[in-house]
Design a protein around this ligand. Sequence first.
Ligand code: CP
Length: 357
Amino acid sequence: MVDPELKDIVQFDRKKPDVYGNAHPKSLLRSIMEDGEPLEKLTNQHIYSSEQFDRKTLLQLFRLAAKYEANPGRFSASLQGQILISAFYEPSTRTRLSFESAWHRLGGDIMSITDRSTTGIAKGESLSDVAEMFNNYGDCVVLRDSNEASVKEMMDSLRIPIINAGNGLDEHPTQALADLYTIFKWRPDLIEEPPENPIEICIIGMPSKMRTVRSLLKLIAKFPLSFSKVTIVANEKESAVFSKGQKEQLTAAGLNVEVTNAFSDAAKLADVVYINAIAWEGNTFKEYGAKYQLSNSSPLKPQAIILHPLARGEELCTSLDDTPHNWYFAQARGAVFLRQALLTCLVRRVERVLDII
Ligand code: CP
C-alpha cells in the first residue's frame, strides 16, 4: 500500500489555470487584419533594438503570436530542418528556455552554449571568427551577453540572423515585445487610432539601468495614443533615472512622461503597473528601488494588471499570485508564442503559417 501522505504530495491538478485573468489571445487575433508584407521584411534583419520595429510590423508580429497561442498544436513543423544556436553567457530562466521551447514547438533543432569558456573564446578567439563559424553551423543565433558590444560585433560577420536576448544594460527587445503583446491581449482596443480609453502605465524601475525598461519604453513610444501617461517611479534624481537623451526621445514620440518617488500615489492611478528591481551590471546584478514593494494590500485599481519581466525579488509579493492583478505569469507564458512568431519570420518560414500573403 502506498503511504497516504506520499500519495497526497505527488498528486497534482492539471486543470489548475496557469494564467489568471482573461489572457486568451482570440480578441487580439480578431482585432488585427493579417498582412504578411511587414513580416517578410524581417527576413533580412537582425533583432538588435526595439527601435527597429514600426507599428505595422509590431501588430503583425502580435497577430502571428496570437495565432500560435490560440492554436498551439497546429504549426509543429514550421521550422523543421532549421538549427538554432542558443548562446547564453549570462544566467537566464525565461529567455533561454522560452526561445528553445518556441523553436522545439515549431519542429526545429537546437545547439546550446551556456558557458563561453567551453568555446574558442576561452582561447582568445574573436567574436567575429565565432560568428563566421555560426554561419556554417546554424540558421539563427540567439545571444545573451553582458558585454553590450558583443551582439553588434557578431552582427558584422553574420550572414544568418542574430537576436539580442539581453546585452548588458542596453536592451532586451524580445522581452519588450512580449510585454506589449501581453498589454494588447489584455486590452485589444488599445491598438485603435486613437483608442477611446487610453491607459496610464506606471513603471517602477530605472530606464537608464534596466534593459527591459529601456526596450519597453521604446516600444510604447510607437503607440503614444494608447498611453495617456507614463509614470516612472524611482528613488533617484531625474538625471540618473534616464540616460542621455532618453526622456527627450520619448517625449518627442508623443509620450507624456513623469518621474516621481511617490510610489503609492502613482500605483493607485495606474492601469498597468510594471515593476522590476534588478539590472545586470557586468558579471552580477544590482538592485534598485528595493523599498518599493507590491503586495495584495497595495492600493491598486481593481482592474489594474501587474507586469514583471522576472526574476522577482521582494518587490513583488507572492500574495499577488492568486489575484486578477497577476498578469506576470501570462506575460512569461506568452513570450513563447511571441518568440515563435519572430523566429518564423527570421528564418523565412512565414509563408507556411500565414493564411493570406
Ligand atoms: N525576463 C528575463 O530576461 O528573464 P531571464 O533573465 O530569466 O531570461
